[in-house]
Unconditional design. Structure first.
Ligand code: PGA
Length: 249
């Protein structure tokens, strides 16, 4: 992905209803367009089609929150990458920690999902992040290295995916990582991806996620190596999300 772009991705998780989805979509459409800022909304999959009718997808991207690791089949309750694409999505989150922890998704499953996404013309946003225990034990870099090695499919070229670094302990806790820690980890990520993808790794956008809000977005977005933010809670508040987008200058 061109790292000259700044990605502001809102992950609504399993929140809201049709009325809120509509309000958030309208608020995103009311934002003044900026050529270097890509706003992406990730609603619950069931609202995707409705949202695609409300927003101009050439301006406001839509993304799924997850997709299945297979293209199709007997997987009750699941959604495929191509279904998301057909419903208007251009992106899909894969490997979010709530999927890794709550649904037992391994790095290998995440890689398979990323591949399915790419096959369906979606841009996978591959999420990685260490737990509080891993960070306390000094294992954060090693864990991230392994997640990167195993979650990014070999077949996926550097321009075909985004990465989101989301320390698990920072998600929904109100406590984002420090700017120094974010900068150091993003540098580490870019170095590790460089070993896999060579010089093309410079084209990989690495987003930060974990308690991003209107108050800290501006500072986080100026950190070296940060190409955007993945926003959970604050993306459900139209004003807060608009302020975060406005911070991407
Ligand atoms: P948060 O969630 O902004 O509420 O911490 C981020 C995420 O889960 O992507």
């Amino acid at each position: 992905m061109e790292t000259s772009k700044t990605y502001i991705i809102g992950n609504w998780k399993m929140n809201g209803d049709k009325a809120l989805a509509e309000r958030l979509a309208m608020a995103a459409m009311a934002l003044p367009p900026k050529s270097h800022v890509q706003v992406v909304l990730c609603p619950p999959a069931i609202f995707m089609g409705e949202l695609a009718n409300l927003v101009d997808v050439t301006r406001i991207g839509l993304g799924g929150q997850d997709c299945h690791m297979q293209a199709e089949g007997a997987f009750t309750g699941d959604v495929s990458a191509s279904m998301l694409y057909e419903s208007g999505a251009c992106y899909v989150l894969v490997g979010h920690s709530e999927r890794r922890c709550g649904h037992g998704e391994t790095n290998q499953i995440v890689a398979q999902k990323a591949l399915q996404a790419a096959n369906a013309e979606l841009i996978p946003v591959i999420c990685i992040g260490e737990t509080a225990e891993q960070r306390k034990s000094g294992l954060a870099n090693v864990v991230i290295e392994q997640q990167l090695a195993e979650s990014i499919p070999e077949e996926l070229a550097a321009g075909k995916f985004l990465l989101a670094y989301e320390p698990v302990w920072a998600i929904g806790s109100g406590q984002s990582a420090t700017t120094d820690d974010i900068e150091a980890m993003h540098r580490h990520i870019i170095t590790v991806v460089g070993k896999q993808k060579g010089a093309a790794a410079n084209d990989v956008a690495v987003l930060y996620g974990g308690s991003v809000k209107a108050e800290n977005a501006g500072e986080i977005l100026t950190i070296n190596g940060v190409s955007g933010v993945l926003v959970g809670g604050a993306s459900l508040d139209p004003d807060a999300f608009s302020d975060i987008v406005a911070a991407a200058t």
